[in-house]
Design a protein around this ligand. Structure first.
Ligand SMILES: Nc1nc2c(ncn2[C@@H]2O[C@H](COP(=O)(O)OP(=O)(O)OP(=O)(O)O)[C@@H](O)[C@H]2O)c(=O)[nH]1
Ligand SMILES: [Mg+2]
Length: 431
């Protein structure tokens, strides 16, 4: 099992359906009022936590996701069907980032925690909405809002319930190898473990507990020394720590000093780490006499600590240790984290409607943008009223002003999303 897993996704919400221009047709009313329905909204894209997933592997095979588009409105004021939402499921422990800005959008911690990453476009309004007393037959309607497309980066930081901490060479990897499915490298030199190893310990009822063997912490780790600094933050997410000490002091650090060093490092990183439940374990007792064990027991007793004496290598007292561990976990049940793990993410709802581009070349002036594209798609270019509406909207979003800034004059040619017009400061006419 890999500790950090990453994936890149391309997502797109659904486009809003266009409104339509339609008229009521009734037996005795040959020319009825406007009856064009609204377009349906486009589907949203969400990311949701799912405890049954363990990796981001699925995204290696599928990495492009699109929600359904809204359908266009119908006659008789019928609304178009909404596009289907899309829920992308990720394992709990996944951090979601925007690829372009690198900003964190959310930290998916809990089962079913759901965040919006791309909002579907609103449906456009049909012409039935635009009738007024002075304009009873509006020949125009609204386009649907465009979709939102973005690229996301996922990073899975597995949440282990139990973390094993201790000095290098204390026997952390040996312990995880005897109590779980993990098969890490074990060696008689420090810093054998460079990235956390994960294993699953089976409780008697069959439930699995994820346990992490954290690389050795040394004095100064909280200030950045050794390897510990990179991984100490993973400890923050565990529910319980097993603090393992080399009781034989093989590396030259006495068990008493080892205890103090590790407690200090935890405290140095974040005081609240000391509040985590700890199971103190003295390892390698196969190398100690009974008398030496008793001495250590007395020492820790004075500190009101009651360590468990084991030998990971010979599996002595391992069952006792596990029973104690299960009992402690039972007494300290998992709390759903209630903090809000989603951050303000304006990009999830920004349809970029106010973004347009004006430029000129030898042929003339150009206007490009999603909004103008949408507007043109619902403009009946043969209908004066419909074109006049288009011009009112273009003016209101500042396109006339921008064109004048780059030097457009009355009578110049301007292409708006590919359609040719002749410019006038009042309005533009088709050529
Ligand atoms: N005698 C004895 N040796 C042990 C015991 N447990 C582990 N060892 C030995 O101690 C050495 C270090 O063990 P590891 O499990 O690699 O220690 P670690 O804490 O993971 O070390 P790092 O990954 O380097 O931080 C190895 O040579 C193990 O065989 C034990 O109970 N008794
Ligand atoms: Mg190790």
């Amino acid at each position: 099992m890999k500790f950090i897993d990453t994936a890149k996704l391309k997502i797109s919400s659904g486009k809003g359906g266009n409104g339509i221009v339609a008229w009521r047709r009734e037996k005795f009313e040959p020319r009825g009022g406007p009856a064009g329905g609204d377009g349906g909204r486009g589907g949203n894209v969400y990311i949701q936590g799912d405890n049954s997933l363990g990796t981001l592997l699925d995204f290696k095979y599928k990495s492009i996701f699109k929600a359904g588009d809204g359908q266009k409105g119908g006659p008789k004021k019928m609304s178009g069907k909404a596009g289907e939402d899309l829920i992308i499921k990720v394992p709990c422990g996944t951090v979601v980032k925007d690829s372009h800005s690198g900003e964190i959008i959310a930290d998916i911690i809990n089962e079913n925690q759901k965040i919006l990453v791309a909002e579907g476009g609103r449906g456009g309004r049909g012409n039935s909405h635009f009738a007024t007393s002075s304009r009873q037959s509006p020949h125009f309607c609204e386009p649907g809002e465009p979709q939102i497309e973005r690229e996301l980066e996922l990073e899975l930081k597995l949440i282990a319930e139990v973390g094993i901490v201790g000095m290098p060479n204390a026997g952390k990897s040996t312990l995880i190898s005897v109590i779980s499915s993990a098969k890490p490298k074990i060696a008689d030199y420090p810093f054998t473990t460079l990235v956390p190893n994960l294993g699953v310990v089976r409780k008697p009822d069959g439930d699995g507990i994820v346990i992490a063997d954290i690389p050795g912490l040394i004095e100064g780790a909280s200030g950045g020394a050794g390897l510990g600094h990179d991984f100490i933050r993973h400890i923050e997410r565990t529910r319980l720590l097993i603090h393992i000490i080399d009781a034989a002091g093989v590396n030259g650090t006495s068990p008493e000093d080892a205890y103090k060093i590790i407690q200090n490092e935890l405290k140095g990183y974040d005081k609240s780490l000391l509040k985590k439940k700890q199971l103190l374990v003295l390892n390698k007792i196969d190398l100690l006499s009974e008398e030496e064990c008793k001495k250590l027991k007395d020492y820790f007793k004075k500190k009101r600590l009651n360590p468990i004496f084991i030998s990971a290598a010979t599996k002595k007292n391992i069952t006792f240790l596990l029973n104690h561990l299960f009992e402690l976990l039972e007494k300290n049940p998992k709390e759903e984290e209630d903090a809000i793990h989603a951050f303000y993410d304006p990009n999830a709802t920004d349809h970029k409607l106010d973004e347009f581009m004006v430029f000129k070349n030898k042929q003339g002036f150009y206007v490009e943008g999603k909004k103008t594209e949408g507007l043109l798609s619902v403009t009946d270019l043969k209908n004066f009223q419909s074109v006049a509406h288009l011009m009112r909207v273009l003016k209101s979003i500042g396109i006339f002003t921008e064109l004048e800034k780059i030097g457009i004059k009355e009578g110049d040619t301007v292409y708006i999303s590919g359609v040719e017009f002749e410019y006038s400061p009042e309005t533009m006419v088709m050529t």
